[in-house]
Design a protein around this ligand. Structure first.
Ligand code: M6R
Length: 366
């Protein structure tokens, strides 16, 4: 049932070209410049007029929410707040019938996320669920939603569910942008045509698996690790760090690269691996200076770079190339090498990657 792979996690990482495709299927029409989301169609008037969106989630799903914030604000121009469900529910949040609250959850059963939307529903908000498990509790409590269609995820560490959540949020951002007239048909044609190529770009990114395995060998004895990115590369860094800690038990932290100088830079020495999302996008030059700051303090740098980039390659200890894509879709590609890196480090450390200690696939207790 692992389809020839050693672990479910690896199988699920390799399923991503398919799961991302399944999430988009029947929802995008690149030639017409159109996105269709049957699940939220009934609420289109609400979406046209809403003043803010609140996203609630936990763990990896919360990271997807941060990518969603970036996409919805950038393209649909609606203010978004992303909250840990467990914090939101206990702090008497200001919510009214004017708000849309989106719960993101792979399992659809996470207790804190469920409680958060129950609270928001009582206060009159409209609730959307972005869930993977069909017929689970969160979609049932929600008014409307989008299924991610990633297929069953067995590994406790979320991989394909995350990229499917990000895909669903990407569709949502463009759908709302279109409805609110924030994007032209020709711009949408360009974006959607590119989005359609993402499964094959993910396929290309997966080809670095052997290289990543070799790089991983150098880090099996690391005790700490820093993941840095900017813009939508920041949630990717957070997700990379969470993956590494949950399956390899190496302490890892994700930070916005520019925050490094406000504290974490003190940690850097020759023992400290620092993983940068250093692809060619709007923050490229800024990330390069952050890399220089780490190298000046003898940190060991692994960089995720755009195919063909030799500038960063020459500055760092290890680099992993990913295919170039529009910045909007970067998280979908840049996440792949981080999943593989964590996987190989954890396997080489002898960890049970599919079933890490102390963790459950769905957290149904608060
Ligand atoms: O099923 P959910 O998406 O609601 O689960 C939320 C978190 O418990 C989950 O993402 C957790 O952080 C994973 N183990 C991450 O890999």
């Amino acid at each position: 049932e692992k389809g020839g792979f050693d672990h479910f996690m690896l199988k699920e990482i390799f399923e991503q070209p398919r799961s991302i495709y399944d999430c988009m299927r029947g929802r995008i029409y690149p030639n017409e410049g159109k996105v269709q989301l049957g699940g939220v169609k009934e609420y289109v008037e609400k979406l046209k007029n809403v003043d803010r969106i609140i996203i609630v989630a936990c763990g990896t799903s919360w990271h997807a929410g941060l990518v969603g914030e970036y996409l919805i604000e950038e393209y649909a121009r609606i203010p978004v707040e992303v909250e840990y469900a467990s914090e939101f529910r206990y702090r008497n949040p200001i919510i009214s019938e004017k708000d849309i609250v989106i719960a993101i959850s792979q399992s659809g059963e996470t207790a804190d996320t469920m409680a958060a939307i129950e609270l928001a529903k009582e206060k009159g908000a409209t609730i959307f669920g972005i869930c993977n498990v069909v017929g689970s509790s969160i979609p049932r409590i929600s008014h409307a939603g989008i299924y991610t269609h990633a297929g069953p995820e067995i590994g406790v560490a979320s991989t394909k569910a995350f990229t499917a959540q990000v895909t669903a949020l990407t569709l949502f951002a463009f759908y709302v942008a279109q409805q609110r007239g924030k994007i032209t048909e020709s711009q949408l044609i360009t974006y959607l045509t590119e989005l359609e190529t993402i499964p094959s770009l993910v396929e290309t990114a997966l080809k670095s698996n052997e290289l990543i395995k070799k790089i991983a060998e150098h880090f099996i004895d690391s005790r700490n690790c820093l993941f840095l990115g900017r813009g939508s590369g920041f949630p990717v860094a957070l997700e990379g760090a969470l993956k590494l800690k949950e399956i390899s038990y190496i302490h890892a932290e994700g930070y916005p690269a520019a925050e490094m100088k406000h504290g974490p830079i003190a940690l850097i020495d020759e023992e400290m691996p620092v993983i940068f999302i250093a692809t060619k996008n709007s923050s490229y030059e800024k990330v390069i200076s952050n890399i220089q700051e780490v190298k000046a303090r003898k940190g060991v740098v692994i960089a995720i770079v755009t195919e063909g980039d030799i500038t960063v390659k020459n500055m760092v200890d290890y680099s992993i190339e990913i295919p170039d894509t529009n910045e909007a879709f970067l998280p979908l590609i840049a996440t792949i090498p981080l999943q593989l890196l964590s996987y190989h480090i954890a396997v080489m450390r002898g960890c049970n990657v599919d079933q890490p200690r102390n963790l459950a696939k769905s957290v149904t207790v608060e």
